[in-house]
Each structure stands twice: as structure tokens, then as C-alpha cells.
Design a binder for this molecule. Structure first.
Ligand SMILES: Nc1nc2c(ncn2[C@@H]2O[C@H](COP(=O)(O)OP(=O)(O)OP(=O)(O)O)[C@@H](O)[C@H]2O)c(=O)[nH]1
Ligand SMILES: [Mg+2]
Length: 283
């Protein structure tokens, strides 16, 4: 780990728009508050107002809105894990357009550079369903892609996985500008797992291999045993933004959602990705 004292874990969270960052943040906070997870708050005087808007919607059984563009906020959660280790988590929320700008513009402003360089662990949220629709050289022969873009006059689009590999390459480069030693550990979270309708026991590594093989081989090659691929269903079900889900209201949002561990087992503890990332970064 670089720089920070042993109980401070700054997480740099990356994910494009609509990949599920805010619903996960809101559900994480509800879990921590309800003490239905490994991480527990160390003090009562914590600002829990982050995700108020998302949590209000979820309490009414509705899906929340997209984060306003331009917004960036770091939330500070002082917690203790199951081994009694005190961790100060810094967990951000922001609009995914900011990551899109980094990828499309191939540049990082000073704030993003500092976050990338100063983080103890990186977390990348990817929604496989959005990636699966892409067509690129990994899913179609080059000749047929060339023909379709030539006939429509459009530039060939980069697939989601190609964009993500470019993003990771930029992050690795940014980190190397300051610190040439080990990269921070990486947790790759495959979000909205429930919408994939997979059979129980499917492992996250199988999903990334079939949906995003380029991304899978890149992260394994660069991070080796310092990358962990997990599945995430922050909500457990699909919610509408208009018709409330009464079951969700009656049982409470904190009782929905799960993480899919590396072996394919589901676990309702949504803090697992943070605990594992902290394990890998503080040892
Ligand atoms: N089915 C299902 N849908 C989900 C889940 N988590 C989030 N969603 C939906 O995915 C959409 C995007 O989620 P957000 O959390 O707003 O995504 P975001 O990454 O914060 O997007 P920006 O704020 O635009 O950066 C919303 O319509 C959510 O209802 C889940 O676990 N399951
Ligand atoms: Mg958001």
C-alpha cells in the first residue's frame, strides 16, 4: 500500500453512467446502518446523508434517477471489520459522464489524476448486459464491421470492453507517473447480476469470460492474483421508476440484493467487495 496509514482505505470507484454505482452506494449505506453486514460503523456521528435521494426512492419501491452531471462527492465511513480492524473508507459518488469524458477525451484532469494516484484500491463497476450488446472484432469478423460502418458512413464504435481496457490502461499509466511500484488491487464488480438470469452457482469469472473476454484477459495479465471478479445485484430485482414494488417497500431495501462470490455462491452482505479490497490493499 502506498502513502496512507494502515487503517485508511481510499477507494477509487470507476464506472460509466447507468452501470449501477449509486444504487450500490445507497444499498451499501442501508446495509451498514442496519448492521446486516460485516462492516459496522465505529461512531454514531457519521454523516449518512449521502444517497438521500436514491434511498428515498428505494424506500418507496422505485428506481432512482441518474446522478446530476458534474457532481462529485467523497463519503467518509469510519467502520470496523469482522476481525476488529478499523478502516476509514472513502467512497465516492459522481455522474458516470465524468468517466466517459476521461475515456473519450483520453485525458484526466488534476482531480481524477490525484484520486487515481492516491487510492489504496480500485473498484470498477461494469454492467454486463450493457456490454453484451456491443459488436466489435471480438464478436464479428472485421470485414463485416468495416462493411456496416462504411455503408452507414459512421465511424466504427469502440465496444464497452475495449473502452474499459483503455480506461484501465490510462489508470495504470497515471499511477506510474507518481509511483512505479505495485499497482493498487482491483475489484471488478459485474453489476445488475439479477438481470442476466443465470443459473444459480454461475461464477463471475465465467460471466466476464463470455461477455468481455478482452477485459478478462487484460486484467488477469496485469493484476494476476491482485484482481478479484465478483457479481453484484444491489437491488436483487429490477425496479421501475413509476410503479412501486410493494414487496420491496414491505420488506425494506436493506433486505434485498446480494454479492456473488468467486465460487458462484450468493451472499446478502453487500460490503464483501469493500472488505476484500481492503484485505488486498492493507494486507
Ligand atoms: N435489475 C437491476 N437493476 C439495477 C440494479 N442496480 C441498479 N439498477 C438499475 O440500473 C440503473 C442505473 O443505476 P445507477 O445506480 O443510477 O447507475 P449509475 O452508475 O449511478 O449512473 P450515473 O449516475 O448516470 O453515473 C437504474 O435504472 C437502476 O434501477 C440491480 O441490482 N438490478
Ligand atoms: Mg449515479
Amino acid at each position: 500500500m502506498s502513502g496512507a496509514s494502515n487503517d485508511e482505505v481510499r477507494i477509487a470507484l470507476f464506472g460509466e453512467s447507468a452501470h449501477g454505482k449509486s444504487h450500490y452506494g445507497a444499498q451499501l449505506l442501508s446495509r451498514i446502518e442496519a448492521e446486516k453486514c460485516e462492516l459496522k460503523l465505529r461512531t454514531a456521528s457519521v454523516d449518512l446523508s449521502a444517497y438521500d435521494d436514491v434511498r428515498k426512492k428505494l424506500n418507496s419501491g422505485l428506481s432512482a434517477e441518474h446522478t446530476p452531471s458534474g457532481m462529485y462527492k467523497d463519503n467518509l465511513w469510519p467502520v470496523v471489520d469482522g476481525k476488529g480492524r478499523a478502516l476509514d473508507l472513502t467512497w465516492p459518488d459522481y455522474a458516470g459522464e465524468q468517466v466517459k469524458q476521461v475515456i473519450d477525451g483520453r485525458t484526466m484532469n488534476q482531480e481524477w489524476l490525484e484520486r487515481t494516484q492516491g487510492a489504496d484500491g480500485w473498484m470498477l463497476v461494469v454492467r454486463p448486459k450493457l456490454a453484451k450488446l456491443d459488436e466489435d472484432v471480438f464478436s464479428k469478423p472485421l470485414a463485416s464491421l468495416g462493411k456496416s460502418s462504411a455503408s452507414s458512413g459512421a465511424k466504427p464504435k469502440r465496444s464497452t470492453q475495449a473502452r474499459l481496457v483503455e480506461l484501465l490502461q490510462m489508470l495504470v499509466h497515471a499511477r506510474g507517473l507518481r509511483d512505479r511500484t505495485a499497482l493498487p488491487p482491483l475489484v471488478l464488480l459485474l453489476s445488475c447480476w439479477d438481470e442476466l438470469k443465470l443459473s444459480k452457482g454461475t461464477a463471475p469469472s465465467q460471466v466476464i469470460d463470455s461477455y468481455m473476454p478482452l477485459l478478462a484477459s487484460y486484467v488477469r495479465c496485469i493484476w494476476a492474483d491482485r484482481v478479484l471478479v465478483l457479481g453484484l445485484s444491489a437491488l436483487g430485482v429490477e425496479l421501475s421508476d413509476k410503479v412501486p414494488n410493494e414487496d420491496f417497500v414491505d420488506n425494506g431495501p436493506e433486505n434485498f440484493g446480494f454479492v456473488v462470490k468467486a465460487d458462484g455462491e450468493e451472499d446478502p452482505d453487500l460490503t464483501i467487495p469493500l472488505v476484500r479490497l481492503a484485505d488486498m490493499s492493507v494486507g
